[in-house]
Design a protein around this ligand. Structure first.
Ligand code: BGC
Length: 520
């Protein structure tokens, strides 16, 4: 490295540190319990790369990304962050941040390349063993998701994956293999990440694999957007229950861990101050989150869904209902933003197939009379509304009897504009504001009694952002996608200071002043 480069890098770090100290923040690590998990999140397809290495088979995302024209920048996760080869370096980064947990997912096609129809891949097991051991060695708890959207393509080709009830047995088998191989060290298991988005994008709009939808909803060769999302969801709920059953019966007592599911969540504000729009908020929550959590926790689909969908909503048999009893230990919450919900049952709405809650007769929007609900970001329909986290947590606390919760994802997107310099990316003060304000909002819910046990920032690294490819950056660490070099952003320095107390951030100004300054 030349002297000039060193000088520039030292300069950047100094500027970042100055910026960190100048950000007012009312947050303090001591506002959270000692045992609270603070971590970062990633997922296999988005960071690992090594897509065909060491006997891994093709996943549905490997295949889907190769269908041309679907990805904003024509990219895929073949290399991604090359975490498969650089995981030791990434564990070091986390250690330097001071986190005590890391949420990642296991690639099913790395561990069981042909699902239940083939052998366990020793190389796949070895990779996750090495990662888990390295984390534990550094005092970082692994928080492991079994499916973060990607599954072996073979399950799709053989029987249509989530549309077929056979997947329940397959998923149970995969989960069993993972509990047996890693459960002595993994104490937090997530069965699935965001099945609500998985089925809406996979079977309503067809923008995720297996790319199913009716013609009017998107560009798909197969599918029925009116029924398939509900069939896929039904099989997912029962697959989750199968895995939890196996964990409870064979492993939990001995291994002593917890198992849950992660849902994507929005908070919704009524579009107008009318009873119909307040009802629209309730329906939106039921059709998006209650869709999965009600059966898993309360044993049945939400009443609104049963009423409005009629025969389109599959029914649980008595035996299945039995299987669903007591089917999680915690709720994982991925939360990013808030939208307005407007009733379309009694009011006029323009027909819009892009509305994923159309079946609930709810129209979602981020703007009212041209004014956004919060500061817009580089991602469409993503506004900064910190109080939404407090509201969503409080809602889930009431509806599900204060089941333990983890905030499994929360984070801020930067646009990857080619004209931006590295300094622009590293100076992510908006991310720092976003994270600190959302965390602050979380403390309000916790002070009101919500049993929240952890918070994970999405994401450790800039990575492959699904349909957006590499055009959005969510990382605390900047990744140069040509050299794969990782560089800490301001937000990484901020998180480190927050976690390690290297400098106190509780300073300057009253809470009101700070809130005003941060527009919160
Ligand atoms: C997903 C992540 C994704 C993040 C940011 C979440 O919905 O679980 O995989 O990268 O949002 O869009």
């Amino acid at each position: 490295m030349g002297r000039a480069t060193v000088v520039v890098e030292v300069g950047v770090v100094i500027v970042l540190l100055q910026l960190v100290s100048s950000i007012n923040c009312i947050l303090d690590r001591s506002q959270f319990p000692e045992t609270f998990l603070f971590g970062t999140s990633t997922s296999a397809y988005q960071v690992e790369g090594g897509y065909l290495e060491d006997n891994k088979s093709l996943s549905n995302w490997d295949v889907f990304t190769k269908i041309s024209g679907r990805f904003k920048d024509g990219s895929n996760g073949d290399i991604a962050d090359d975490h498969y080869h650089r995981f030791m370096e990434d564990v070091e980064l986390m250690h330097s941040l001071g986190v005590n947990s890391y949420r990642f997912s296991i690639s099913w096609s790395r561990v069981l390349p042909s699902g239940r129809f083939g052998e366990i891949n020793p190389k796949g097991i070895e990779f996750y063993n090495k990662l888990i051991n390295a984390l534990i060695h550094k005092g970082i708890q692994p928080f492991v998701t079994l499916i973060h959207y990607d599954i072996p393509q073979e399950l799709e080709d053989r029987y249509g994956s989530w549309l077929n009830s056979q997947i329940q047995e397959d998923f149970g088998y995969f989960a069993d293999v993972c509990f047996r191989a890693f459960g002595d060290r993994v104490k937090y298991w997530v069965t699935l990440n965001e099945p609500n988005f998985m089925v809406l994008f996979g079977y309503l709009f067809g923008s995720y694999p297996p790319c199913h939808c009716s013609k009017m909803y998107g560009d798909c060769q197969f599918g029925d957007s009116k029924t398939e999302p509900y069939i896929a969801a039904h099989n997912i709920i029962l697959s989750h229950a199968t895995a939890v059953d196996i964990y409870r019966k064979k492993y939990q007592v001995e291994q002593g861990g917890m198992i849950g599911i992660v849902m994507n969540t929005y908070w919704y504000e009524p579009f107008r101050n009318l009873p119909a729009d307040r009802l629209a908020v309730q329906k939106a929550l039921s059709f998006f989150v209650g869709w999965f959590l009600d059966p898993i926790i309360l044993g049945e689909y939400p009443p609104e869904m049963q009423r409005l969908l009629g025969l389109r909503l599959p029914k649980f048999s008595l035996e299945e209902k039995k299987k669903l009893e007591n089917k999680l230990d915690f709720i994982g919450i991925n939360h990013y933003t808030t939208l307005y919900a407007k009733d379309c049952m009694f009011s006029q709405c323009d027909y819009d197939t892009h509305q994923w809650l159309w079946d609930a007769s709810v129209w979602l929007t981020g703007e009212k009379n041209g004014i956004p609900i919060g500061v817009p970001t580089a991602m469409p329909r993503f506004y900064v509304v910190p109080y939404g986290l407090e509201k969503v947590v409080s809602y889930l606390k009431e509806r599900y009897n204060n089941t333990p919760m983890f905030i499994t994802e929360n984070g801020y997107p930067q646009g990857n504009n080619p004209s931006d310099s590295i300094e622009d990316f590293l100076n992510d003060s908006r991310r720092v504001e976003y994270i600190s304000n959302y965390m602050d909002s979380l403390t309000v819910a916790m002070r009101h009694g919500a049993d929240v046990r952890g918070y994970f920032i999405w994401s450790l690294l800039d990575n492959f952002e699904w349909n957006f490819g590499y055009t959005l950056r969510f990382g605390l660490y900047h990744v140069d996608f040509n050299t794969l070099k990782r560089t800490p952003k301001l937000s990484a320095e901020w998180y480190k200071q927050f976690l390690t107390g290297a400098k106190t951030l509780k300073q300057k100004g009253s809470e009101t002043e700070v809130r005003q300054q941060l527009h919160y």
